[in-house]
Design a protein around this ligand. Structure first.
Ligand code: SF4
Length: 246
């Protein structure tokens, strides 16, 4: 499925649904997307939506993805505890079979990722990432370093506070972004200086940077429409950076 996520080419979801796990989930976008609205699936008061598992998506992964970057499970989390291991294993086997694609995975469930990692076939075309939304969640990078893939990456989105100490050892790529929300007023503000501080750490460590978007609150505060938050031409000039890992 084509996507507006500007650091990938396609998304595929064999998991739809999730549970909130950390502050970066507070305005999770998934229940505003078409399949959720169509099915009237919404997060309940505890931040839960039942999982809808679609194994057939794994078998169809070859369709329309040749030579592309594919973000897996943009509408869920690959390492959600309710996903049967056999399903995860089959997905990872398919990634290895389709070695002319890149499969990008992102999790906020670093413990489960590290627990299952020794039982999974990690092909070199898997880019494995963890979300780090503020200084308190930088520990996720430690778990990520336990995974043996050429590209480990951090999604620092939504960036919810300064991160002056980010250990980038073993990390190849950092994606930065503000927050989006169904109601603009609920989107928390990302200070561009927080991004600059992280970019400086990336530069010192030789890590590629991708500034995905500035967030609704920054866009509106600076006189732009909220949908323009990801238009790179409105970013401060020094934040107009979009690099892929080497
Ligand atoms: S882990 Fe991701 S998909 Fe799941 S609730 Fe949090 S932001 Fe949403």
């Amino acid at each position: 499925m084509p996507t507006h996520i500007n650091w990938t080419d396609e998304t595929r979801n064999y998991i739809r649904g999730c549970d909130h796990v950390s502050p970066g989930c507070d305005n999770c976008y998934i229940d505003g997307t078409l399949p959720f609205r169509f099915n009237d699936w919404h997060f309940d008061a505890s931040g839960h939506i039942d999982l809808d598992l679609r194994p057939e998506v794994i078998e169809m992964l070859h369709r329309g993805t040749r030579g592309k970057k594919v973000f897996m499970n943009s509408l869920g989390d690959t390492f959600h505890r309710d996903v049967p291991f056999d399903l995860t294993l089959r997905a990872f086997q398919r990634y290895g079979e389709l070695d002319d694609r890149v499969f990008q995975i992102l999790t906020k469930r670093e413990h489960e990722m590290a627990r299952l990692a020794p039982r999974l076939p990690w092909s070199p075309n898997i880019w494995m990432g963890c979300t780090v939304e503020n200084q308190s969640y930088t520990f996720r990078a430690r778990y990520l370093r336990q995974v043996d893939v050429p590209v480990r990456w951090l999604s620092v989105e939504p960036l919810l506070g300064p991160i002056p100490r980010l250990d980038l050892e073993g990390i190849s790529w950092v994606v930065l972004g503000g927050e989006t929300a169904k109601l603009t007023i609920k989107a928390r503000y990302t200070d561009p200086d927080w991004m600059r501080e992280i970019i400086a750490q990336c530069r010192a460590a030789g890590v590629a940077v991708w500034v995905k978007q500035m967030g609704f609150a920054w866009a509106v505060r600076n006189g732009f429409k909220r949908h323009e938050h990801e238009h790179i031409e409105i970013f401060p000039a020094d934040l107009q950076i979009r690099e892929f890992p080497q």
